[in-house]
Ligand binder design. Structure first.
Ligand code: HEC
Length: 196
């Protein structure tokens, strides 16, 4: 009888141990599955390498890379093939992101950022009535659609040290539409008639 009881206890103990180790394994497996799900979710949400897909294929052009710039009138710029598919109306809606800091009307006030009327063809930091940072006031480039494209994609990377707190517009079509709208509404007669 006593032996039997000992054996039974041993069997129960073994059982418990087996059960515990199985549960342990199960827990490890659940943790592993959770980690895997998290990694997949992170990838899907764009935290991993997949997020690069949103950025355009062409290399980033910063202010320092612009080189010799063609200073076309707004109308000439709008006639370029890159704007053939532009949705100007949509560009106007996208300007909602800028409106809090920028006006576009002739003679409009400077807000937190300078008024953008006549901005194309102008030297960067060229609005006399606005207090620019040193980065913009000493910059040596003109606002062209190409320059604005880099600025809007990533202002701080395009011109380090500037004070425009704006995180940038990743979608190249959004930038194209917004630039096309700006070309339409900020055209000053003076810039349109200038030859250079
Ligand atoms: C939070 C306010 C803010 C927002 C939002 C903002 N800007 Fe600006 N922007 C500024 C400031 C401030 C400057 C001047 C920066 C400096 O002096 O370094 C500036 C400068 C600029 C300039 C240079 C103008 C010049 O005279 O050289 C352009 C072009 C411009 N912004 C376009 C835009 C556009 C387009 C948007 C929307 C996509 C936008 N900004 C959103 C604050 C803003």
């Amino acid at each position: 009888m006593a032996d039997n009881a000992g054996l039974r206890t041993a069997v129960i103990l073994l059982d418990v141990e087996f059960d515990l180790s199985r549960r342990h394994c199960l827990r490890i497996r659940i943790v592993k599955i959770r980690l895997l799900t998290l990694a997949t979710a992170a990838l899907l949400l764009g935290c991993g390498p997949a997020s690069n897909k949103a950025t355009p294929e062409k290399p980033f052009i910063s202010a320092a890379d612009l080189g010799e710039q063609a200073r076309l009138s707004n109308a000439q710029n709008l006639a370029l093939p890159e704007f053939a598919e532009a949705n100007i109306e949509r560009g106007g809606q996208l300007f909602g992101q800028c409106r809090g800091c920028h006006g576009v009307d002739d003679g409009g006030m400077n807000l937190l950022g300078p008024n953008l009327y006549g901005v194309f063809r102008h030297k960067a930091g060229g609005n006399d009535k606005f207090g620019y940072t040193q980065a913009l006031s000493t910059a040596r480039f003109y606002w062209t659609p190409q320059a604005l494209d880099g600025w809007l994609l990533n202002p701080s990377r395009f011109l380090p040290g500037n004070a425009m707190s704006f995180m940038g517009i990743l979608n190249p079509d959004d930038r194209r539409d917004l630039i096309a709208w700006l070309l339409t509404v900020t055209a000053s007669p003076e810039a349109e008639s200038a030859n250079n």
